[in-house]
Design a protein around this ligand. Structure first.
Ligand SMILES: [Zn+2]
Length: 94
């Protein structure tokens, strides 16, 4: 099962795991992703204006931006899934 580590315990990511970790794409995966928020030390590796973005095993989540455009949880899940798709695209090409 994939996992997200984040000191902030963001419910959105826990909900994503609860809903999606048994999906066909993710159920055989075991990677861990660290959630990075705009104020985090590591956020410099991301464009601060992104909504959700991935860079290696780091996934950026800009809740304020998502709120600005009123993304629903469902839409945020789609963004996370999309970004994980980039990660697995890259790893599966190697
Ligand atoms: Zn993309």
């Amino acid at each position: 099962m994939i996992s997200f580590t984040n000191a902030h315990n963001i419910q959105l990511f826990q909900d994503f795991i609860n809903r999606e970790s048994n999906s066909i794409i993710l159920r055989d995966k075991n990677d861990s992703f660290r959630v990075i928020l705009p104020d985090d030390f590591m956020s410099g590796i991301f464009n601060p204006d992104e909504y959700v973005s991935i860079n290696g095993n780091y996934i950026y989540y800009n809740e304020a931006r998502c709120n600005e455009i009123e993304l629903t949880d469902e839409e945020r899940f789609s963004c996370i899934a999309h970004e994980l798709g980039h990660y697995y695209d890259e790893t599966e090409k190697k």
